[in-house]
Ligand binder design. Structure first.
Ligand code: AFP
Length: 337
């Protein structure tokens, strides 16, 4: 029988020698929270049978929207363990402080508890995204400065995909590793060691319904992806509309995911700190690249916790080509090979 590696074992084996175990335990807390979320999302279709959101279910408990439920689970599992100084969630406008009655830790957790939640009702894959930073000043309790760090400073990042099976994919800066939840044991087991974006890439992913809202440079880039230029790549289109699922597919098959800025939405739709940043970190760890069109997502210093950003991520060859089209549009084009 081949060796089975649980996520707990893997995280422990891969922590640096000087580690105090705080990050290891935080990653394990996140894995635990997402196992609980996975259990709940798997029962999502039963809500119609067992009770609508806002009503009492058969156990007499009030039903919660799943994204709020996921937010609460992560928050409750992580707020009292002494590993965090502050949290930021897509589901809460304000920073989430660690209550004064609990010990404060030295890490910062940013997360989107359930991304793609409009897909829940139609049984399409959804996901949780997370990023972990060191707090800026260990002597202080969490402040906004702690979450306004560029993604290049991430200590770890990852996502959990609730799909045909549940997968946790993460990196602490030493490659990207994937674990598949075995529902019989309730354990994440190592299934994908050192993921790399394959070449040549297979897919491009973008919502072409918004074509008329994009700048001419972005339109020309999408035309290029669609095979309209002599040097177009040979890529096929796939778009789920669920960021984690689109990113995951492209990570395994190679490709580029695009969510451009639009005429009426100059900063795009996706969030920098807890969506684009962590996925950009993973992409670079897998040999890829992420940009807003002008600079690496990893170098953007956020000015607001819920800031949005245009987002292109995937194989470096495809993503850098977008930057070339944008430069060309700005009239500062470099000759492209
Ligand atoms: P929802 O959470 O509203 O479903 O949005 C999902 C999402 O934030 C991200 O997961 C998708 O990549 C993107 O939006 C899809 O947006 P469009 O529907 O505008 O293409």
């Amino acid at each position: 029988m081949s060796t089975v590696t649980t996520i707990e074992r893997f995280i422990l084996d891969h922590q640096p020698r000087h580690a105090r175990g705080e990050l290891t335990n935080l990653l394990y807390d996140i894995a635990l929270a997402t196992k609980i979320i996975a259990h709940k999302t798997n029962r999502a279709g039963l809500i119609d049978i067992l009770g609508e959101a806002g009503q009492m279910n058969v156990q007499g408990e009030s039903q919660q929207k799943l994204d709020l439920y996921a937010h609460t689970i992560v928050r409750q599992i992580c707020d009292h363990t002494g590993r965090l100084c502050v949290m930021l969630s897509e589901e809460e406008e304000d920073l989430i402080p660690i209550p004064a009655r609990y010990k404060k830790g030295s890490y910062v957790l940013v997360f989107d508890p359930l991304d793609g939640s409009s897909n829940i009702d139609v049984n399409v894959s959804i996901g949780t995204i997370f990023g972990i930073y060191h707090c800026v000043d260990e002597a202080l309790r969490g402040r906004v400065e702690d979450v306004l760090q560029p993604a290049r400073e991430l200590v770890a990042a990852g996502y959990v995909l609730y799909g045909a099976s549940t997968m946790l994919v993460y990196s602490t800066g030493d490659g990207v590793h994937g674990f598949t939840l075995n529902p019989e044991y309730g354990e994440f087991l190592l299934s994908h060691l050192r993921l790399r974006l394959p070449e040549p890439p297979a897919y491009y992913s973008v919502n072409t319904a918004y074509y008329n809202r994009w700048s001419p440079g972005v339109q020309r880039y999408i035309d290029w992806l669609q095979g309209k230029e002599p040097d177009s790549p040979n890529v096929s289109a796939r778009y789920i509309g669920s960021l984690v699922a689109d990113f995951h597919r492209n990570l395994l098959r190679g490709g580029v995911f695009c969510y451009p800025a639009e005429n009426n939405r100059r900063d795009g739709k996706l969030r920098l700190i807890y969506e684009a940043g962590p996925l950009a970190f993973l992409a670079e760890q897998a040999g890829g690249y992420a940009t807003d069109g002008r600079q690496s997502i990893l170098d953007i210093v956020p000015t607001h916790p819920h800031q949005r950003v245009a987002f292109y991520v995937g194989n470096r060859s495809l993503v850098e080509r977008l930057e070339a089209f944008v430069r060309q549009e700005a009239g500062t084009a470099q000759p492209h090979g």
